[in-house]
Design a binder for this molecule. Structure first.
Ligand SMILES: [Zn+2]
Length: 105
């Protein structure tokens, strides 16, 4: 059994699922861990959820590089409806589900 390493911690569940999806497209196997997974979505405020992304040790450098490049390529955007900031990978506002409408270059 290959050892796993924690790639990312402290994100909310929605963000974690976004990262997981993006990494899996690149062939990186990701495991989600965290308290929020035990209680179910909706029982905790989003900002109190503590989710961790774990990857196998051999894929950790690749996953970190992938995360870095994604974060560089995708700047945060601000929702025009509720003015919350969203990760660049989000197509919908995490807070009010409004479509991304901010102009970006
Ligand atoms: Zn919003």
């Amino acid at each position: 059994m290959e050892e796993r390493k924690c790639l990312l911690t402290g994100g909310n569940l929605l963000q974690a699922h976004t990262w997981k999806g993006l990494l899996q497209i690149s062939g990186i196997e990701v495991e989600l861990r965290g308290e929020a997974l035990l209680g179910g979505i909706g029982e905790l405020p989003v900002d109190l959820q503590n989710v961790e992304l774990w990857v196998s040790q051999s894929q950790l450098p690749q996953a970190q590089a992938q995360l870095n490049s994604l974060q560089c390529d995708l700047p945060k955007w601000q929702c025009v409806q509720c003015h919350e900031f969203n990760e660049g990978s989000f197509e919908l506002c995490w807070h009010c589900s409004a479509e991304r409408s901010e102009a970006h270059n």
